[in-house]
Ligand binder design. Structure first.
Ligand code: ADP
Ligand code: MG
Length: 383
């Protein structure tokens, strides 16, 4: 199996332009995608991250051709597969893609090898190449020894590896993943996540990966698109969306504490936890502050501004819930020292660069570039 980068023309793996989908249930209408535009560059693994119901699967299924959009355009490897006002609508098996779903979707009556060989046969691979190509794909996901077994004889993790082999075996232009690890237990999820990252690194396929799990998104994506209902709120590298969230929502979804504050005339940020300074400059007035739990510091102090309300030992770290007034934050500290106890008074602080300040509608004023509705903000043009 070769890296795909050199084998495909153009630099755009998947192009989605102004795509809208409304579900109609009797008289009820659900706007599932609101004029979404997004691009997956050749070799890029774009993660769609957002809460349940925000439209991730709808977008993925539209790209796959399983769902017909109301309007917009979709291209795969430079070819229009949906568009021209709905006149072009290439069926799923003509779109040159591989899919992996949450449920292990192998055919139970076929051996593992026959499952993996299926896309090759459908595409008319020469008979003599089918078996070695299927075996090579199984070897890539470390399942070569399972070739003659049936799916029912495999564990969930093994079935998902085989599904992965089946998706990549014919070297499709694009791989689509819809929460493929959600049914696995934590250890397996971690293992398979690492393997998908490794495979992407080696094969450089273009892909879209849907998840609601922020850790999965940040560790797998070359780009991450954070979604709210029917829209993409921000796209960037994992570092960009994490370190420079464009809104309170993005910061919150990536795990930041968010609470009320007031910015005074000199730019100091008054919070229930005391006065903090920030590198962000918003106008004075009410604001929202976002700070990641790992970037907050607490110091025991008899006259501290806050109180420890919960202590959770996590092995390598200790997570505290810390309250001041009616605001509460999580603080993660990596320490081998004796943890603080419930009821202890502490002072809370953070480095100015870690204090993210959002003016009231929830947009960082420093980066609030005006954007078209439905257009996500990109921190930069990326690679
Ligand atoms: P996600 O994958 O992010 O959890 P979905 O794309 O499945 O979200 O759903 C987006 C929205 O569309 C939700 O409000 C969901 O209830 C609705 N929806 C999804 N599929 C259908 C359907 N077949 N019929 C009606 N509404 C649907
Ligand atoms: Mg879904």
């Amino acid at each position: 199996m070769r890296p795909a980068a050199s084998s495909s023309s153009g630099t755009v793996g998947v192009g989605v332009d102004n795509l809208s989908i409304t579900y109609r249930l009797g008289r009820k209408e659900i706007l599932a995608l609101d004029r979404i535009s997004v691009e997956v560059r050749q070799g890029e693994l774009l993660v769609l991250l957002g809460p349940s119901g925000c439209g991730k699967s709808t977008l993925l299924n539209a790209v796959a051709g399983l769902l017909k959009p109301d309007e917009g355009q979709i291209t795969i490897a430079g070819r229009e597969v949906f568009g021209s006002k709905g006149l072009v609508n290439v069926p799923p098996n003509g779109r040159n893609l591989g899919m992996i779903f949450q449920a292990y979707s192998l055919w139970p009556h076929m051996t593992v090898r026959d499952n993996v060989a299926f896309p090759l046969k459908r595409r008319g691979f020469a008979q003599k190449d089918v078996k070695p190509t299927a075996n090579a794909a199984l070897d890539l996901v470390r399942c070569g020894q399972l070739a003659d077994q049936y799916p029912g004889q495999l564990s969930g993790g093994q079935q998902q590896r085989v599904a992965l082999a089946r998706a990549i075996v014919a070297e499709p232009a694009v791989l689509l993943f819809d929460e493929p690890l959600s049914n696995l237990d934590a250890n397996l999820r971690r293992q398979l996540r690492d393997e998908i990252a490794g495979l992407h690194n080696r094969l450089q396929f273009s892909g879209i990966y849907v998840t609601h799990d922020q850790a999965e998104a940040l560790s797998l994506g070359t780009s991450v698109a954070v979604m709210t209902t029917a829209r993409i709120e921000q796209i960037g590298t994992p570092q960009e969306v994490h370190n420079s969230p464009v809104s309170e929502y993005v910061a919150w979804f990536l795990g930041a504490n968010v609470f009320d504050a007031t910015v005074d005339a000199r730019g100091a940020v008054e919070t229930p936890f005391g006065v903090l300074s920030s590198e962000e400059t918003t106008g004075k007035g009410p604001a929202r502050v976002a700070i990641y739990p790992e970037r907050l510091r607490i110091e025991p102090a008899d006259d501290g501004t806050a109180t420890i309300t919960l202590v959770q030992y996590k092995g390598t770290a200790v997570e505290y819930s810390v309250q001041a007034g009616n605001a509460s934050v999580n603080v993660v500290t990596i320490t081998s020292e004796q943890p603080l106890a419930i009821g202890d008074r502490v002072n809370v602080s953070a480095l100015p660069r870690d204090v993210l300040v959002f003016s009231d509608p929830g947009i960082v004023s420093a980066t609030a570039a005006a954007s078209e509705p439905g257009q996500a903000k990109r921190n930069s043009e990326g690679p």
